[in-house]
Design a protein around this ligand. Structure first.
Ligand code: PBG
Ligand code: ZN
Length: 326
């Protein structure tokens, strides 16, 4: 039979597993993965987060085993969040030299020095009101918060953090933190800025995990409006001008257009934060048997790479590392 019709045969390049591998454009690698950890004060504590099956708040004594597991799976970087016992108005636990995050950094760097430790720099886990800055006259005060955030970053660097990741969304936070780090001698510690962070309902489960739900109001005066795209470029531009070394876009799933915009407009590694709600939705469906978890997660994270992400912060990091080894 001769083919007289004129059209292109796209299916030629999809004809077998090998053919598809040959022409695959984007790949997920273990090197792309950053695993978030919640460190809780106390001993011998390992609490599963109810809304995040498979994610735990762990005490310092579990860290060494956790790092060994990650290492054996090939995950090379973690990002740390603290769950302190005491909170106060100013979130002083965030910048205490023996705060929970500082202790966790020291413990990891002592036991497993090769593990890259990223410190999330914010106040909300440590403030009694749960906001990411200090409160003046009922509002989150920008400039007053900067000094506390800078102190937090310096204390994290002092404890041995490899990368500082400020997530607070105050204006000028990269300048404040870069200046403070440089003055303290940490000129070579990079800043992974949460440059583009939306006020998102996808953070719900994280606030259970980190016990950081705002006690009044919401975060909409400092986190971004989900309807806005150009504003994301302004935010990213400021952070680059102020000296950010990496740009985070958060959440990932509903914001892949923004990941692409940031990738196209700025020459810095782009990090997609696959947040708690994105994790919990998949887990809930998987537990019910409604979706194929492995296929769905691999598809989702590969789509983040395709959108332009160089790195992905994800609660699925361990699973993905396992699947990539199979
Ligand atoms: C707060 C912070 C949040 C996350 C990381 N740091 C969310 C918030 O604004 O409450 C969210 C992470 C996630 O949902 O996985 N500075
Ligand atoms: Zn915060």
């Amino acid at each position: 039979m001769t083919n007289t019709l004129q059209f292109r045969r796209h299916r030629r390049l999809r004809s077998s597993i090998e053919m598809r591998s040959l022409v695959r454009e984007n790949h997920l690698h273990k090197d792309d993965l950053i695993y978030p950890l919640f460190i809780i004060e106390g001993e011998k504590t390992k609490n599963e987060v109810p809304s995040m099956p498979g994610v735990y708040q762990i005490s310092l004594d579990y860290l060494e085993d956790e790092m060994k597991e990650l290492q054996s799976l090939g995950v090379k970087a973690v990002i740390l969040f603290g769950v302190p016992k005491e909170k106060d108005e100013e979130g002083t636990g965030a910048f205490h030299d023996h705060g929970i995050v500082q202790e966790a950094i020291r413990e990891i760097k002592n036991k497993i020095p090769e593990m890259l430790v990223i410190a999330d720099t914010c106040l909300c886990e440590f403030t009694s009101h749960g906001h990411c800055g200090v409160i003046h006259n009922g509002d989150v005060a920008n400039d007053e918060s900067l000094e506390l955030l800078a102190n937090t970053a310096v204390s994290q660097a002092k404890a041995g953090a490899d990368i500082i990741a400020p997530s607070n969304m105050m204006d000028g936070f990269v300048t404040a933190i870069r200046t403070a780090l440089d003055e303290a001698g940490y000129i070579n510690i990079p800043i992974m800025s949460y440059a583009v962070k939306y006020a998102s309902a996808y953070y719900g489960p994280f606030r259970d995990a980190a016990d950081s739900t705002p006690q009044f109001g919401d975060r909409k005066s400092y986190q971004m409006d989900p309807a806005n795209r150009l504003e994301a470029l302004r935010e990213a531009e400021s952070d680059i001008e102020e000296g950010a070394d990496f740009l985070i876009v958060k959440p990932a799933l509903s914001y892949l257009d923004i990941v692409r915009d940031v990738k196209n407009n700025f020459n810095a590694p782009v990090v997609a934060y696959n947040v708690s709600g994105e994790y919990s939705m998949v887990k809930a469906a998987a537990i019910n048997g409604w979706i194929n978890e492995k296929e769905l997660v691999m598809e989702k994270l590969t789509s983040m790479k395709r959108a332009g992400a160089d790195l992905i912060i994800t609660y699925f990091a361990k699973d993905v590392a396992k699947w990539l080894s199979e």
